[in-house]
Design a protein around this ligand. Structure first.
Ligand code: GLY
Length: 253
C-alpha cells in the first residue's frame, strides 16, 4: 500500500511565500476542509496517510513535497530554496526513517525544493528555478547515478517550480504548459498541453494509474478526459492562492 505523508494546513498559511502570484486572502477553514477532502481522495486511491506534526509558524508547511524526494531505494531530504521553509525538513526526515534504510541530505551551497523534481521511471528532471540550483543538481547526480538514474537539469521560466510547468499523467504522458517549459526536452513522451486560459493547470498528481487533479482548471481537465485519462477531482482554490498544487500537499511512495 502506498504511503502518503501529509501535514495539516498552518493557521498562518495566508503569510506564505509568494514568488509569481499577488497575495490574496486565504480562507483557512476552507483550506483545511479542502485538505481533508484531498486526503480522502488519496485514501480512496489506496494510500495510507501518515500525518506529520502541524507547524503553526511555517505558513508553507502543508507543502510537504518540497522537503523530500522519495525513491524506491533511497530518500533525499532537501534544503529548501526559501530560508523560511528550512525548519520544515527535520520532521519529514524523521517520518521517513522507518521507510528508507538510506537517507541523504542536500547540503549547502545546494538548495532544492521537491517541487522542482520530476521523476518518471529512472529519468529525473530537476528544475533550475529560483528555489533549486546547480549545486543541488550535482549532489542529486552523485547520489542517484550509481542507482541507475539519469538526473538532468532543466530551465523553468515564469513559474515557481518545475512541477508548476510539467507533471506526469501516465507512464509516458506529460501534462505541460509550453510557455513555462521547453516541450522539446520531452520528445520521447506524449504531451498534453494546458489550455491557454489556464496557465497554472499543469500540476497533476499521478498515483499508480490514477490522476488527482484540481477541479479549478475545467478546460484542461476536459483535454485530459478526452485523452482517456480518468481524473479524481479535488477543489484546490486555497492552495492555488498560496502558489501550491496537488503534488505539493503530499509525498507519496
Ligand atoms: N507558497 C509556496 C512556496 O513558496 O513554497
Amino acid at each position: 500500500m502506498p504511503i502518503a505523508l501529509t501535514r495539516p494546513v498552518s493557521p498562518n498559511m495566508a503569510e506564505c511565500e509568494l514568488t509569481h502570484f499577488e497575495r490574496q486572502p486565504i480562507d483557512i477553514a476552507l483550506a483545511e476542509k479542502q485538505h481533508e477532502e484531498y486526503e480522502d481522495v488519496l485514501r480512496a486511491l489506496g494510500c495510507e496517510i501518515v500525518h506529520l506534526p502541524e507547524l503553526e509558524f511555517h505558513p508553507d508547511s502543508v507543502f510537504v513535497e518540497d522537503c523530500a524526494v522519495v525513491l524506491e531505494e533511497v530518500a533525499i531530504i532537501t534544503w529548501p530554496g526559501a530560508e523560511t521553509r528550512r525548519g520544515e525538513v527535520h520532521s519529514v526526515a524523521e517520518a521517513l526513517e522507518p521507510y528508507r534504510k538510506k537517507i541523504y541530505y542536500i547540503e549547502d551551497p545546494g538548495v532544492l525544493d521537491g517541487g522542482d523534481v520530476l521523476v518518471v521511471g529512472k529519468q529525473i528532471w530537476v528544475g533550475m528555478s529560483s528555489r533549486s540550483n546547480t549545486a543541488a543538481l550535482l549532489q542529486m547526480q552523485q547520489i542517484l547515478a550509481p542507482l541507475g538514474y539519469l538526473v538532468q537539469g532543466v530551465k523553468v521560466k515564469n513559474c515557481l517550480h518545475l512541477k508548476s510547468a510539467v507533471t506526469a499523467v501516465g507512464p509516458d504522458t506529460l501534462l505541460l504548459n509550453p510557455d513555462w517549459i521547453d516541450a522539446s526536452i520531452f520528445e520521447d513522451f506524449n504531451i498534453i498541453e494546458t489550455h491557454p486560459d489556464e496557465p497554472g493547470a499543469a500540476n497533476a498528481l499521478l498515483i499508480g494509474e490514477d490522476v488527482v487533479y484540481p477541479a479549478d482548471f475545467p478546460m484542461t481537465a476536459l483535454r485530459l478526459a478526452e485523452a482517456g485519462i480518468e481524473l479524481f477531482l479535488v477543489d484546490n482554490s486555497e492552495v492555488i492562492k498560496a502558489e501550491g498544487g496537488v503534488t505539493c500537499c503530499s509525498v507519496v511512495f
